[in-house]
Structures are given as C-alpha cells and as structure tokens.
Design a protein around this ligand. Structure first.
Ligand code: ADP
Ligand code: ZN
Length: 728
C-alpha cells in the first residue's frame, strides 16, 4: 500500500481543537502550521498580535508524544500563560528564576517523569549546560520560540539572551523547531531563520489585517473631555489610553478618576511595585481603564481589551499598529481611536531633530510623515495600514473604519483651496500652517503686523470660517499632495505643481465631510446579547478568577460570555456548542454558569424562544469518536484489554498522555474498566485522599501519598469520581 501515510496528513484536527479549546474553526494559517509541526518539520510564522500563535504550538503539544519546550521572553507573563492552558486541561509548567528551589525541583521531576505536555522556559536557560543536559534526558517533541524577532538585531526589540537559542539545532539535531513572531519585515525574517539555523522551515506570513478592529481618527481639541465622552457608553469595558508624556498620563488619569472612571496610570516614572499593581488591577478587571505611556503593553496578554485610544500622535505606524493590536485579541469587535492634532507633529519633530545620526533622523522623519498622512488622508484607514506592511486590501469598502462607514459627502472646496494657496504664495512659501491660517482668518498678531501680511490680498479672505476649518483644509491639501510641508525644525508649506492647477482653476479640489459626532459612538461590541445576563455571568467569572487567583479572561473570554448571553444554553450539551467551551472547561464550569442562565431564562421565557439556536459544533460527538482520533485509538486498545503501560508502549506515548486519554474517555461516559488501570485498593486510597483533602488538585494527592500514587492514577480516579457524582 502506498497510501499508508494518508490518514496522518488528513487527520481530523478540528476534533481535538474543539475538545481542548472549544473552538469550532481554525484562524487563518493555524492549521497549516500545526500540520507542519505534526510532520516534524521546522516552521516559521509571522502572525499579527491576536492571530492565535499560541494555539499553533499548544495543540501539537497535546497531540505529539513528548514535551514541547516553549521559549518565551517575559517571565512575568509565564504564570498567566500556563494558568490559561492548564485551564483547558493541558499539562503545563514553567521553569524560571521566579520559582524557589523546591518548586523548581518539583517541575523538573514532573518533566523528567514525562508528565508534561508543555514546559515554558526563559531564553537565558539555554546558555546553561546543566539545563541542556536535563533537556537531553527527556523526550522533547519540538521547540516553540515565541517573540522570535528578539534574536535579530534588525528588529526593534533585540534581546542578547536570545542569541543562545542558536544552540538548539546544534544540540538537538533531531528535534523540530517552530519560531513565531508578530512583527518581522522580510529582512528580520531572513535573519531569524539564519540565526536559529532552521532547516527549510515551512514559512507562513499571515495577513496583518485585523477585521474586528475599528479604526477611527478624530481631530484633537480638548482631549481629556473628548476621551471622557468616548468612555461614556463604555462604562464596563476594558481599554488602554496612550499618552506620550508622564505628565499627560497623570493628568488624564486624574481627570478621568475625578469623573468616576475606574482608572490607573502606568509609566516608567512609577516604582516597579506600583506599576505591577496597576497592571494586575487592569488584567484582573478590577479597573477598566489604564492610562499609559508606550512603556505599557509588552506584558499585556489580556484578550478582552475593547478599545485602544491614542491621545497623542504616535511616532510611526509600526508602533501605532502594535499598540492598537492589543485590542480585541479575543476576536470580538474593538475600537481604535486616534486623536490627531497638528501640534503633536511639532513636538515629535523636535525630538527627531535631537537625534545625532543623520540617517536615523531622516528615517524617523519619513516615518512621521507616513503617520501624519494616515491621520489626515481621507483614505480607508485599513487600506493605508495594510499598504504600509506591503499588503493590499481587496474590498473597496472595509466596513470597519471611520472613512468607509461614515455618511461622507464630497464637497467642492476649490475656492477655499485657492484662498490658502494664494496666501502661501503671496507670503513667499516661507511659513508654517499656523501663520498661514492666521493670515486667511485675518488675525491681528504681532508677526502679521511686523511682516505687513495684513496688506496682502488674501488677508482675512476666510474670516467667515474658524481656524479649525482652515487647518482641516490644509491637512486635506497635504494629504492629496496639492501642498507639501518641508522637513526640519520649522516646516513650511509649499504649493506643488498639481496645487497650481487648482489655483489657476484647471483642477478641482474636494473634501470629504463627516458628521461631527465621530468618536462618541456606541460601544464596539455587537449588540445582540443580553446585557443583564452578561453582567451576571461576568460576576460569576470574576468570582471564579478570584478563587483561582488568575485573570478573568483565563476562565472565559468576553466572546464566550457574549455567546452565553446570546444563545442562552441551559444544558451542558448546549453549553458545549459555545465558542471557547472545550471539554475541560465544560466539565469545570458548567455548574457555575448554567444555573444563572437557567434562572434567567425561567424568569424571561421569551428570550430563549427568540434566541437563535447555538451554532452546532463542527466536531460533534460523532467526529470525536470517529476512527482516527487519538482518543479513539486508545479506546480501541482499552477494549482489547490492554493497560496503560501497554498502550503507552504500543503507541509510543507517555503514560501521562495515555492517562489523559483515559480521563477524557471516562468523562465522556465511556465504560472504562477501572480495575485494570488502577488497583482497587489503591483506588480506594486515592478516593479517600481526594475526599479527606477536599481538593481537585492532582499535585496535592500525589504529594500526600508519599510517592505511592502517580499523577496518571490520580487523574483516572478523579475522572471516575467526577462522573459518578454527575450521575447521582
Ligand atoms: P497571539 O499570541 O498571536 O497574539 P493568542 O495566541 O494570544 O494570540 O490568541 C489570541 C486569542 O485568540 C486568544 O484569546 C485565543 O484563545 C483566541 N484564539 C486562538 N485561536 C482561535 C481559534 N481558532 N478560534 C477562536 N479563538 C481563537
Ligand atoms: Zn476602511
């Protein structure tokens, strides 16, 4: 038979995706990367923030025998990451300097015992021979390198610690390596692949498009008040407000707090303890809003950030895109709002002019120009962003930016353009926007009097309109290249050849008018869920998060709560259809979430009958038990009468993995012959320990047994106890 390889390649991956994570479909590129890893090939993936990189290594870690080693730069994040995947029932630990000696040896013991599917480590470990020796003694299925751009000096976030990762391929020639990053130009991409010595990696560059993010730019006026008004309909949503200076961070935070917003500041001037405290409060939904400098963000893994507001102009599009990318990681709608004022450009230019290196200065200045164009051109924001990263937007109308969605109307502003251009030319093309506006509005400034600009023909020709209007005309003329602005410390306006065509009436000039209400709109989140129930479920989530000492989004994402408050599931089977509810989470949380939903439906019977039926999971019970899934193979062997060690040996899996299969089968209601897996006397002892200690934790049982009980046994007995109590 030549087709023997086939079943592996086409193995159903939606089944395990749904079982473990409760997701019904892959995000773009995930499946492709996972399949490459499963065929033991090196992989390299550039995917935007929120694109779902972690799942690309977590799912294969579940499916492959051996432990996946994840290298991640931020020690402060590891605990949350590990908590989140453990909650999906994946056996993960982290190993870094934040653990004490006892904890470390416990992690190593579990790792060496083949208990772990994932082990998170910091990059500096790879410079230690002792650590490499430990790794070599245990089967490693593959290495996953997160934030891989940190290895490149061309990237914007180089970390010397990452250089030791180039040893991996040398020391572990037979183990595949998968590298992930959210930001890499083509040049950085080549550099990463070279330095890690990846071997003909399967390479994926995902689209930078984030369709769930709404992009909007609003003229900046009284920014604190504008922000407050934006927050008005978003009282319970989480969001980040970026300001450039520490003083502005403090000022905006204090103002919002005085208006009753649950808010804290974050900037490098605060001591590290306060910073951590404020970041945690935000992560855990104790406050809604964090006002921060761009020092805030790298450590933010929070998936339910519903808006990112920039109170000042960012220096370049890369930074802006990365900061807005922190919104809406859960895939739910989120809002990115930029307040644009021309004054900010001058401030940034001032800093650029301080740069020593001439080449760097000119790069920075070019990037600022792009940023200003983004904010001022009446061109779809998404099209501009994608353009910047070398992609083209297919659709004419993206549907999710202010330019594409507002009721815009074109207005002929040729006359206004002529007034401005005439003023520029008559003053000798030697002045900036502020002075030109003063001239056309007929201002009585000392500068105007000194230069006798009150004597030129266009002085006061536009005094029926305010300064803001004329600033807008200049922005549009710049965006449409009828004017240019010189670089340097004192930029001046000049009329281009195209501009002269307008001036002499041979070409027309149009502006796009938009309703004044932009930026005060409704919340970004879709409206078709019940807010009252959502709030109830949110408080259930908060309570569980507090009990477990994890951030709320680790329990369920906002998306999951929205769907619960939209489809009103009342049985575990119905709840299992909701996005984000995998087998483990259903098992863990159905008793916390279903009763409030049932009570709500009982007192509001109309909601359920009006609700759309929940989407059927792509992986139904049928697919799960269909031949080919790894669980089913274990099930067949159990029916043949094999015990765990025999199955592990035959399938080339660890005992730990086989134990999780058996756990799953038991929880699924299969009739597993327990006595064959755990001796009856031992089983009674384990049951006694669980009851006596009043815990669900396998670790506590194993520790309390003085080495007589292993994790797999405790796991199987726990599953049996759980199903028995379900039946009662
Ligand atoms: P990244 O590391 O690429 O920034 P994450 O791995 O943190 O992104 O994923 C972002 C969010 O998307 C997480 O909340 C994750 O659970 C969710 N997610 C990932 N893959 C899927 C999927 N296939 N379907 C639905 N949600 C997903
Ligand atoms: Zn658009």
């Amino acid at each position: 038979m030549t087709l023997t390889q086939k079943p592996d390649k086409t193995e159903d991956l939606i089944g395990p995706l749904d079982e473990v994570f409760g997701f019904h479909a892959f995000r773009p590129n995930q499946e492709e990367i996972i399949r490459a890893i499963l065929t033991r090939r090196d992989a390299f993936a550039v995917m935007p923030t929120g694109g779902g990189k972690s799942l690309c290594y977590q799912l294969p870690a579940r499916l492959l025998p051996g432990t996946c080693i994840v290298i991640s730069p931020l020690i402060s994040l590891m605990k949350d990451q590990v908590d989140a995947i453990r909650d999906n029932g994946i056996r993960a630990e982290y190993f870094n300097s934040s653990l004490n000696g006892l904890q470390r040896s416990e992690v190593l013991r579990r790792f060496s015992g083949g208990e772990l599917e994932l082990l998170y480590v910091a990059p500096e470990r790879f410079a230690m021979d002792s650590f490499l020796a430990i790794l070599k003694a245990v089967p490693v299925c593959f290495f996953a390198i997160d934030e891989a751009h940190c290895i490149s000096e061309w990237g914007h976030d180089f970390r010397p610690d990452y250089l030791s990762l180039s040893l991996i391929v040398e020391h572990f020639p037979d183990v595949p390596v998968a590298a992930f990053t959210a930001t890499a130009t083509k040049r950085v991409q080549r550099d990463i692949i070279d330095r890690l010595a990846l071997r003909n990696p399967h390479t994926v560059r995902a689209s930078f498009d984030r369709p769930n993010l709404f992009y909007e730019v609003v003229p900046k006026d009284d920014v604190d008040r504008q922000i407050l008004s934006f927050l008005h309909n978003r009282r319970d949503e989480s969001g980040i407000i970026y300001r450039t200076t520490r003083a502005d961070v403090e000022g905006t935070a204090a103002y919002l707090a005085s208006q009753g917003v649950k808010v804290r500041p974050y900037h490098a001037g605060l001591d590290s303890e306060t910073r951590k405290k404020n970041q945690d409060a935000f992560n855990r939904d104790e406050i809604n809003v964090i006002v921060a400098t761009i020092a805030f963000g790298m450590g933010i893994d929070k998936s339910n950030v519903r808006f990112v507001v920039h109170g000042d102009l960012p220096k370049n599009i890369e930074g802006y895109y990365q900061e807005t990318g922190r919104a809406g990681r859960d895939g739910e709608p989120a809002h990115c709002l930029l307040f644009f004022g021309r004054g900010d450009t001058a401030t940034i230019r001032y800093f650029i002019n301080q740069m020593e290196d001439e080449a760097q200065r000119s790069i920075a200045s070019g990037k600022l120009g792009e940023m200003v164009r983004y904010a001022t051109a009446n061109v779809c924001r998404r099209r501009q962003l994608l353009d910047y990263f070398g992609e083209t937007l297919d659709a004419d109308n993206c549907g999710t930016c202010d330019v594409c969605t507002s009721n815009t109307e074109q207005a002929d502003a040729t006359t206004e353009a002529q007034i401005i251009m005439s003023a520029i030319l008559r003053t000798g093309q030697r002045f900036g926007a502020a002075h030109v506006v003063d001239v056309v509005t007929g201002a009585n400034t000392k500068k105007i009097r000194d230069l006798r600009h009150n004597e030129i023909k266009t002085y006061g020709a536009g005094k029926d309109k305010d300064k803001r209007f004329w600033r807008g005309i200049i922005d549009d003329l710049l965006a449409q290249k009828f004017l240019i602005q010189t670089e340097g410390q004192y930029p001046v306006l000049q009329v281009t050849l195209r501009g002269r065509e307008v001036l002499f009436g041979r070409e027309e000039f149009y502006i796009i008018r938009r309703p004044e209400t932009q930026g005060h709109g409704r919340s970004a989140v879709t409206d078709d869920y019940n807010r009252e129930l959502f709030e109830q479920l949110r408080s259930v989530r908060t309570r569980l998060a507090e009990e477990q000492n994890v951030p709320p989004f680790v329990i369920f994402s906002d998306r999951t709560l929205h769907e619960l408050a939209c489809y009103f599931p009342v049985t575990p089977d119905e709840m299992r259809c909701i996005t984000g509810v995998g087998d483990m989470k259903l098992q863990r949380y159905n008793e916390d979430f279903l009763p409030p939903i049932r009570a709500f439906v009982e007192s509001n019977p109309q909601v359920k009958s009006n609700a759309a039926p929940p989407p059927p999971p792509r992986a139904t019970r049928q697919t799960k038990s269909s031949a080919g899934t790894t669980y089913n193979t274990t099930w067949q062997m159990l029916k043949e009468g094999l015990d765990r060690s025999q199955i592990a040996e035959r399938r080339g899996l660890t005992m730990g993995t086989v134990s999780t299969h058996i756990e799953r089968l038991i929880l699924d209601g299969r009739d597993v012959e327990l006595d064959r897996q755990v001796e009856p006397a031992k089983r009674l002892e384990i049951e006694r320990l669980f009851k006596h200690l009043g815990t669900d934790s396998l670790r506590e049982i194993v520790e309390a047994s003085d080495g007589t009980v292993e994790y797999g046994e405790a796991r199987i007995v726990r599953a049996a106890m759980q199903t028995n109590s379900d039946r009662k």
